[in-house]
Design a binder for this molecule. Sequence first.
Ligand code: 4AD
Ligand code: MG
Length: 431
Amino acid sequence: MQYIFVKDLAKHLGEEISLRGWVRNIRSSGKLLFIIFRDGTGEVQSVAFKPDLGEEAFEQAKRLTIESSLIITGVPKKHEKIEGQYELSVKEIKVVQYAEEYPISKKEHGPDFLLSNRHLWIRAPKQWAILRIRHTVYYAICEYLNDNAFYRFDSPILTPNACEGTTTLFELDYFDEGKAYLSQSGQLYLETGIMSLGRVYDFGPVFRAERSKTRKHLTEFWMMDAEAAFVQHDENMQIQEGLIRHVIRSVLRKCDNELDILERDKEALRKADAPFRRMTHYEAIEYLRSKGSEISHESDLGAADEVALTEGSETPIFIEKWPKSIKAFYMKRDPENPDLVLGSDLIAPEGFGEIIGGSEREDDYELLLSRMQAEKMPIEDYQWFLDLRKYGTVPHSGFGIGLERLVTWMSGIHHIRETIPFPRMIYRIYP
Ligand code: 4AD
Ligand code: MG
């Protein structure tokens, strides 16, 4: 018996092959049985004709239920009506298990029911499509970085100190060493890595005890942090742009079917693959105020502001040069204006909001120390980080991509919770 995947059917037209998977759907009509069969790599309509299977086998096959597992043997051929699709003429069906009545049906289920059944929901076509896009985005990010001299450098998840402020820290007791925290971003560790490897990245789960219950926040999400020696603010944004455009092209090339399943506007994605606009934080605030907003020049941007800023823009926009007071301690001061830092947020179009946060880093020992002291940070916990500014400091920059934010945008879906296999949110930890 020759086992193949649905994705490879085209290479085996006219041959007898076997597929292993599940029943998406089944219906019968007289001597014919139609099974929509799926195996993870794709779906294929399989047609069983009673005289081919024999009376008993046909009756057994008719009892198959949705999500039953099976091995199906037959001959693939081109679909008579749909170009690029295939059909299987079934010779034999081996039932692995008759599934019990499946809890998720075609009727509308509320989000709570679906989230409580996330372990089953992931089999649904749209969820399948999103998870495949996630895989493609993940792969494309690594591909771009690997091709641009970045080396993978895994940062720890259990850490003695905070990277992104203390308000969203998950804390735990660490044996006799006192408190430990779940990492909010591997950035500080990546800064050590560049002094060894030049350019590094990590990719893993990070944690934020976000009290915000929005469609853009998870408490556990995947971050790709990248860091590069001798790269300054401007080049930092060029790298981010190159990376995001590579991701867009990869998704368009590899996930055409998935984007169709999600009814994603592909033209909008194609148009986003063009030079990204740049705007300073000052200009962004001026623009918002000209539209009637009362936002002040010392304010962070809210979700509604991000939507307003990208309205009418086909590409993402970098918002750069932020007030020092609202950005992290490690960002480098702007040599042209000491009240600003050389940080940038990348805002996706179509209202998807911030997908990347990045900056050039403060590389001067004294300036970094005084900023940390001003913020009353526990210096002894960060001495290792300060050390980098003593032993061969260099200008350097980096950024962090929220994988799920990027997948939400690529997939064109409403809520971030569908972009990760098991979302963790303020009101959800099961399953
Ligand atoms: O902007 P953030 O907080 O930046 C950092 O953590 C830097 N240390 C990264 C770096 O320079 N290496 O987070 C980076 C990105 C955001 O732009 C957003 O896409 C995502 O992480 N993000 C979240 N995604 C989902 N749920 C949350 N609660 C998120 N918080 C941030
Ligand atoms: Mg940010």
